[in-house]
Ligand binder design. Structure first.
Ligand SMILES: [Zn+2]
Length: 120
């Protein structure tokens, strides 16, 4: 099973947990230190993309941005143009995700690769 890195927003500690792809997203992840469920993936490129930066991309180009997941290349292009235009610092994963999307990799495969990656 893949090992996922999580960060507890309640106590601020990082921990790792094994979750099968089937269970991932279905089960609650509980912080082993404080039992809080207020946790998030420490490395989760798609979430990085879908979070603040992604929303900004969507807002910036909402007219042509209806079904981003249908075409990873379009999404990758959009991420790049957003980055170029904003000039803001982006997460280290941002470039790699954008590049892979432009090559036509699916978001799922990118997410799984990152999930399997040993970040220590
Ligand atoms: Zn905690």
């Amino acid at each position: 099973m893949p090992l996922y890195d999580y960060f507890c927003k309640n106590c601020g500690k990082k921990f790792e947990i094994r979750i099968s792809y089937e269970d991932y997203g279905k089960m609650d992840v509980i912080c082993p230190f404080c039992r809080s469920t207020f946790v998030e993936r420490a490395i989760q490129p798609v979430s990085v993309v879908q979070s603040d930066q992604f929303r900004m991309v969507q807002e910036a180009d909402s007219d042509s941005f209806n079904e981003p997941y249908d075409d990873p290349r379009e999404l990758g292009k959009m991420m790049r143009s957003f980055k170029d235009q904003s000039g803001e610092p982006v997460a280290p994963e941002f470039d790699e995700v954008a590049e892979r999307l432009e090559r036509g990799d699916s978001i799922d495969s990118i997410d799984q690769d990152f999930a399997d990656m040993d970040i220590d």
